[in-house]
Design a protein around this ligand. Sequence first.
Ligand code: NDP
Length: 445
Amino acid sequence: MSNKVQEFMEAVKAKNPAQPEFHQAVEEVVETLMPFIEANPKYAKAKILERIVEPERLIIFRVPWLDDKGDVQVNRGFRIEMNSAIGPYKGGLRFHPSVNLGILKFLAFEQVFKNSLTTLPMGGGKGGSDFDPKGKSDNEVMKFCQSFMNELFRHIGPNTDVPAGDIGVGGREIGFMFGQYKKIRNEFTGVLTGKGREWGGSLIRPEATGYGTIYFAENMLNRVGDSLKGKACVVSGSGNVAQFAVEKINHLGGKAVTLSDSGGFIHDPNGITPEKLAYVMELKNVKRGRIKEYAEKYGVEYFEGKKPWGIKCDAAFPCATQNEISLEDATKLVNNGCKLVSEGANMPTVNDGVQVFLDKKIFYGPGKAANAGGVSVSGLEMSQNSLRFNWTREEVDEKLQGIMKAIHEQCVKYGTEGDYVNYVKGANLAGFVKVADAMLAHGIV
Ligand code: NDP
């Protein structure tokens, strides 16, 4: 780490104590940006880096609700409005007991660069709560979502801040929050994305993050005349992103052999076929069961409390959560012959693990580029809401593929180092330039 980066990081840590995930996300970006900023003094002079790590606005609020027993529960709600230089704040809501300010700030920070890469006019934000939807009844989830929106509604709007889903927030939660917003505001607008098809949602939005992650991998491989066809793929998670990643791996002729949840992972060497995937979708989205049940149903191995990175594969797709690939896991993957990692999750690999992928020169698509398909189709949902018009499935999918290709091209343009494409550097630089130039144009605000 250069002295400049070290100095910068010391200031960030002193100002934002006890937020390790935020420090990690900032450090990864600043390390790749610093040489560029030194070569372009206009950014240093306007203190763009110092401004970009400071949220424009932080909102923290109480979320009280009544559980089914009639007892009062209290959670904490957050919305981080990170950067609006190129469009309204945009980014998901996460409901998970681990949610805290530092985690949401890391996510909001990454979102700024990701949204810039999509080529669409969206600023960056993120939010959520330490509420755990697991084991709650539909009624309890609804009560919580309504209380959450009772405060959030005054901070968001279709031209201000447009939240979407993330971990623990899917179609059910978006529905409850949209219903409450509509009731309070007495208006039907595209204030949230990930809405149901019949009430303003876009086709392909549920699929978009998973599909986009696989399209990004295919773009990396196509560049050197290869493809996912016939490749063994290890996937983690079994939620929204993982499910549609597996679906697209199947479409492209690859073979997905693992899925996981916070309990452990299943290994199905014969591949998670469309029929088996349909079972997973029913298990996870309707019955809200555990991935262990897959192993019982199909007679495959289940590894309790373990992650799938020790399974031999050609390509790996982390689609669960942050820091799920440790330095040891990254080393195991490359030593077992894994040649490609495309991140469906946000920051799933620790920084030392990322360095292993770069040193070994494997194809490595960092989350802010590889999983940008989700927010891209959210952007397309906003456009359709403004037009009051719906595009077909084929039209949205074609636009998504075009956006993932454009993101890939920007990474290649900014990240090529000799015969290797450093997609981390490419994504960070390409994402930064657009936002930084807009900030320069807007003056000191
Ligand atoms: P879901 O809630 O649908 O699924 C999350 C999956 O990850 C579940 O299988 C869950 O298991 C597992 N998981 C969550 N936390 C942990 C943990 N601490 N340890 C182990 N497993 C865990 O979320 P999504 O699929 O929407 O999100 C997955 C990742 O993708 C996140 O990093 C998210 O930020 C990122 N992402 C999502 C986008 C979207 O459009 N939804 C867009 C871009 C990125 P369990 O059920 O046991 O908790």
